[in-house]
Design a protein around this ligand. Sequence first.
Ligand code: FAD
Length: 514
Amino acid sequence: SSLSKLQETVVKKEEPDNAGLIVTKNTLMWFRTDLRLQDNTALHAASIRAKVGNSFLVGLYIISPEEWRDHDEAPVKIDFWMRNLHCLRESLEKLAIPLVIKTAIHKDDIPGIVQSVVEDMYISHVFWNAELLVDERKRDASVKKALLARSNVQVEECDDQCIVPPADVRTKTGNPYAVFTPFYNTWCKLVDSEPHYLELSQTPERNPPEIRTTFAQYFDQNPPSSYPHTLDINNMKELYPAGESQAHRRLDSFIKNKASRYQEGRDIPQLEGTSVLSPYLAAGVISARQCVAAARTANKGKLTTGDEGLKTWIKEVGWREFYRHIVVAFPRVSKSHAFQPKTETVEWSDNEEHFQRWCQGKTGFPIVDAGMRQLNSIGYMHNRLRMITACFLVKDLLINWQQGEKYFMSQLIDGDLPSNNGGWQWSASTGTDAQPYFRVFNPLLQSQRFDAKGDFIRRWVPELKSLNDKQIHNPHGVLSPKEFAKLRYPKPIVDHASAKAKYIAEFKRVLALA
Ligand code: FAD
């Protein structure tokens, strides 16, 4: 059998010195979007299996640029992942667990790469956390097939990406939910009634010391510690320091200092009242379970009652869960399809100049430009601004939401397909419980309401720094032409009222056809 062939190879490789020391029984943990030691379901399971089998636990990470390109991943996000990978390797090394780093030039090479690691390191069991997206699931299925066919190894896929696995949250008729509120009610009931959903896994155990001599070369191996991007590298390291301990520091500090005021603070970008845990959650440096468990403990064991801020924050993590369940139940959304197919015949504008102005934050609408420039400068945008800028692209510029989704992905440090797609489809009125098509944010009113003093605009649009609280939201509308010209700030690229009317008419036309 292939197993005995592998054992023969092992013995051959190790003879004469170590013959008999190594047998094919080691355990491999393949890390992907779960760059953490704590509360990592597959890693925990792999560690138990290694201990029971009296064998070594080994980690694997495959750098896969083609997959990054497929997902339009932002260089700044890849850099953050590489920095975290470095930290992960260091933490694993403290437990004498080597992290093997391989690069797949083509994504189709991945099954072969896993296979070769399995052979080189005498692996009998491979563990990973199941992914949610179509392409990743296909990839994993082919790796599994290759492993089972060629070396007779056992593969264990664990549920880790959602607090409650998608198959467990079902309507009374056994279907997946397509609307948030009933989903969230059921989800909360499950989490409250079945404690195992929020049970955290333990960190892995130390490997036996002989592993250092056996796999010495893998202990000196370093993953790339950065990835080239065009933003201010020092600033990025300061804003988003890598590592699990940093993520936990952020979670603890948010819960202690900001959570109880989250209800008010989360909508005012200038207040920075949110956790900014999204980059860490997207890379799996911290789990959503750890976040909800910590918030629930702070809220005296409650999910839906108690402190307004904490319960609202838990609910936001619930949105993250919801969009994850949606991509599993309706995989077409992750393949550039609207959740509501009837909205797919909208005649979008192909005005490239408008799109470029939106990307660059030069629309002449200060609040929109502030949001886009925040994104372009620090790879992150506040949620309120994501909604405003997304709505503006779709409903004022009548540009396909998929262009915006792609652009966000290419810039965001927290780019996450389910949440990004969900957020865009919500904003574009094409999604699950999207806002109704006739609700179109007025950028001026949004600006006056959520950045009343204009501080956020002043921070990101320096041309407008000198304007007072009244002028800053609509400089073109309130200043004389001469004063406006001095600012060197663009005129609004559309008239909001007529753009809104045009968009509503188009959406009505499409819905009437459906
Ligand atoms: P907090 O307010 O502290 O919330 C805690 C966590 O809950 C977040 O880290 C996030 O994981 C989750 N969360 C909060 N709000 C939402 C939401 N509306 N939908 C889903 N999850 C949520 N989030 C991403 O993580 N990646 C994306 O690529 C992304 N793209 C978006 C695109 C659009 C158009 C919109 C409207 C929203 C998008 N979001 C995305 C959701 C949300 O804007 C961010 O999660 C949030 O701004 C992150 O900041 P935070 O960590 O401080 O959030």
